[in-house]
Design a protein around this ligand. Structure first.
Ligand code: PMP
Ligand code: GLU
Length: 380
């Protein structure tokens, strides 16, 4: 059988691949410390689950309007406005997961041969989505700058040209946990305006931030009309399996993206959107508790590694840390899984060879167990 180039030229998601492998080992009875996939270990808040059940009981089981139920689009727009972003409900498309919002944005914005720029290390799916839309992305490496964007602005200026259609910015970042400064974001704005570039700003870890200011690109002068803001429910509200996310953008973008959604997934699940309204309006305490726990675990993990002589830049958001490992990080991760039964994701998958990504959305006991196993098996 012949397969399409745009699909054969991408690899399967490395994050999900490692996590599937870990699940297979677990099914064989192996106790794996799974620090691979980025998934909060907390349950979805009880009131959100109840809202989902109530919606089912109320018969919210039929097709929803393609771009989302009006109440959720309004709540999302209100939340974005309270963050200083000028969106109305008509600027919002509710999607089955932020991943779908990103996929639809790439489909709507990128043509065969267009320039797409990523900031390395970059989350695995951006490159695949850019390639499936026909682009071969260029990459700017933040690793030599402790994963920060501000000191890399000159490199970014070299990479972004009039041929660049899309630049992807993800702060707080998966996989580094870096939160980009206002000056860095203003640098992005200046380049985007100069070269007429659309910026996809993936802010899914916005709430998982341990101190620095969160700067939404669309709030900067000149950026509203050239930004697609991506966010979702998976991380902040521990709702990974509900598959709920959204994008917010100028109405001309919404019209194009809406076509992709209406001809593919139709909409996010109707009762799930009702649970999303509850998550948006009534979970402040639950989110604060989870974020506090993540911060404690980050400090704990960094101390554990420091005890083994491994230092790394302090992640200021999300729940990932990049630890320096051997040059062949793919081999390192495979061996760590096979021999120490600790699952991590190779940095190469994010454009950062020589690192492994650990998700610390796991209990302190499991983090300690994981680091001990790595040390005992000679990996540290
Ligand atoms: N963006 C980033 C940076 C992510 O880490 C994830 C995690 N899956 C997503 C988008 C997509 O999240 P979801 O589809 O679960 O909303
Ligand atoms: N975003 C998470 C991660 O990086 C979940 C898996 C995925 O969707 O890639 O691990």
């Amino acid at each position: 059988m012949r397969f399409a180039d745009r699909v054969t030229r991408v690899e399967p998601s490395a994050t999900l691949a490692v996590s599937n492998l870990a699940s297979e080992l677990e099914a064989d009875g192996v106790d794996v410390v799974d620090l691979s996939v980025g998934e909060p270990d907390f349950d979805t808040p009880e009131n959100v689950k109840q809202a989902g059940k109530d919606a089912l009981d109320a018969g919210e089981t039929k097709y929803a309007p393609s771009n989302g139920i009006p109440r959720l689009r309004e709540e999302v727009a209100a939340k974005l406005r309270s963050d200083g972003l000028d969106y109305e409900a008509g600027n919002v498309v509710v999607t089955p997961g932020a991943k779908q919002a990103l996929f639809e944005s790439f489909q709507a914005l990128v043509d065969e041969g267009d320039g797409v720029t990523l900031l390395d290390p970059a989350w695995v799916s951006y490159e695949a989505m850019a390639k499936m839309a026909g682009a071969d992305p260029s990459r700017v490496d933040l690793a030599p700058h402790d994963f920060q964007l501000e000191p890399a602005l000159d490199d970014l200026a070299d990479a972004v040209t009039d041929d660049t259609a899309v630049l992807v910015v993800n702060s707080p970042s998966n996989p580094t946990g870096a939160v980009y400064s206002r000056a860095a974001m203003e640098g992005v704005r200046d380049l985007a305006v100069e070269h007429d570039v659309t910026v996809i700003s993936d802010e899914i870890y916005q709430h998982i931030n341990y101190g620095p200011e969160h700067v939404s690109l669309a709030s900067l002068d000149g950026m509203f009309e050239r930004t697609v803001t991506i966010n979702g429910f998976s991380k902040a509200y521990s709702m990974t399996g509900w598959r709920l996310g959204y994008l917010a953008a100028p109405e001309n973008v919404v019209s194009q993206v809406g076509k992709v959604q209406s001809h593919s997934v139709s909409s996010a699940a109707t009762f799930v959107q009702h649970a999303g309204v509850e998550a948006m309006t009534n979970t402040d305490d639950a989110v604060d508790e989870m974020v506090e726990a993540f911060e404690e675990r980050r400090d704990f993990l960094l101390e554990l590694f420091a005890d083994h002589g491994i230092d790394m830049p302090t992640p200021e958001g999300a729940f990932y840390a990049m630890i320096p490992v051997e040059e062949d990080d793919e081999q390192w991760c495979q061996n760590a899984l096979k021999e120490a039964h600790v699952a991590t994701v190779p940095g190469s998958a994010f454009g950062a060879p020589g690192y492994a990504r650990l998700s610390y959305a796991a209990s302190k006991e499991r983090l300690e167990e994981g680091v001990e196993r790595l040390a005992d098996a000679g990996f540290l």
